[in-house]
Ligand binder design. Sequence first.
Ligand code: MN
Length: 215
Amino acid sequence: MPVYTLPDLPYDYSALAPVISPEIIELHHDKHHAAYVKGANDTLEQLAEARDTEQWGSVNGLEKNLAFHLSGHILHSIYWQNMTGPKDGGGEPLAQDGVGELAEAVKESFGSFAAFKTQLSKAAATTQGSGWGVLAYEPLSGRLIVEQIYDHQGNVGQGATPLLVFDAWEHAFYLQYRNQKVDFIEAMWQVVNWQDVARRHEAATSRTNALLLAP
Ligand code: MN
């Protein structure tokens, strides 16, 4: 029994057009995301085998693979939910849409929605190689932060919960936007599902702080 499974998309392949083409969504979900799910499951099996046989020579590589594939699976699972068709998505989170707490937290942590939007756009667009721009809830301070993730797992603060993720890997845009990563990131804001981001923020803030750094 595999531990991890590929979640179904919450919409059909064409739901995010014209911002993201159906061809990209199909390949990205059915091939790329699926490969991370398989990679995470395979690595868990290889670690179990290492334990059973007490063959620890490859443990360093296996732990790196686990971090890479598991983080890829988690980020993509959030990514699909973070988006909705351009008819329903985009704009900015507003109290009258029932996402006032998120809007307030963005303002407190970044000064304004515009400043936050620019920081996340810049973080996503300036990734070198492959990476992500992420809005995360940081439980130690109780604030929101923007992270620029290398690959799927590098350059993150421990314990932060991703709420809104922008995939900046070339596979996320190249078939449609070619080398224009900045244009893709700018277009992404049209399909953000703020209801989903607010739901994640509420869950993260209502959870007991599991870091327990102070008694
Ligand atoms: Mn991706």
